[in-house]
Design a protein. Structure first.
Length: 173
C-alpha cells in the first residue's frame, strides 16, 4: 500500500514537474517577447531624443550666428563712431585754436585812438573768456554725444539680437 502511495506521489510529482516546465517555458517566451517590444520602444525613444537634440542644436547655432552678426554690426558701428568722434575733436581743436588766436590777436590791433586801449584790453579779455567757454562747452557736448551714440548703438544691437531670436523661435512654432 505504501508502495502504491509512493507511485501516485511520484506520478503527481512528475505531472507537476512537467506542468511547471511548460509554464516556465511559456513565461520565458513571454519575457523574451516583452523584452523585444521594450527594446524596440527604447530604440524609438532614443532616436526621437537624438533628432530633437539635433534640432535644438541647429536652432542654437542659428541663434548664435545671428547674435554674432548683430554683435559684429554693433562693433563696426562703434568703430565708425570712434573715428567720427576723433574727426570731430580735430575739427573742434582747430576751431578752438583759431578762436584763441583771434582772442590773442585782439589785444595787438594797431592803435588808432590812444584812448581806446582799455576797451581793446576788455575786448581781448572777453574774447579769451568766450574762447574758453566755447572750448569747455564743446568738450562737454562731445562727451555727451559720444555717450549717447554708444548707448544708441548698444541698444540697437540688443534690440536686433532680441528680434532675431524671437523671429527664429516664432518660426519654429
Amino acid at each position: 500500500m505504501y508502495l502504491q502511495i509512493i507511485k501516485y506521489l511520484a506520478v503527481i510529482g512528475v505531472v507537476l514537474g512537467i506542468g511547471w516546465k511548460v509554464y516556465d517555458a511559456g513565461s520565458d517566451a513571454k519575457d523574451v517577447e516583452w523584452q523585444s517590444k521594450w527594446d524596440a520602444e527604447q530604440s524609438r525613444i532614443d532616436k526621437a531624443n537624438l533628432e530633437h537634440e539635433k534640432k535644438v542644436r541647429d536652432l542654437e547655432s542659428k541663434l548664435q550666428t545671428d547674435a554674432d552678426e548683430v554683435n559684429n554690426d554693433g562693433k563696426a558701428k562703434s568703430d565708425s563712431l570712434q573715428i567720427d568722434i576723433a574727426d570731430g575733436r580735430n575739427t573742434v581743436d582747430s576751431v578752438r585754436e583759431q578762436s584763441e588766436k583771434f582772442a590773442a590777436g585782439t589785444g595787438r590791433c594797431p592803435a588808432q585812438n590812444t584812448g581806446s586801449t582799455s576797451v581793446r584790453q576788455t575786448a581781448a579779455s572777453a574774447a579769451v573768456v568766450l574762447s574758453k567757454l566755447y572750448s569747455s562747452c564743446e568738450q562737454r557736448s562731445q562727451e555727451l554725444a559720444a555717450a549717447y551714440d554708444k548707448a544708441k548703438i548698444a541698444g540697437d544691437a540688443c534690440e536686433a539680437a532680441y528680434n532675431s531670436v524671437r523671429e527664429k523661435l516664432n518660426s519654429r512654432e
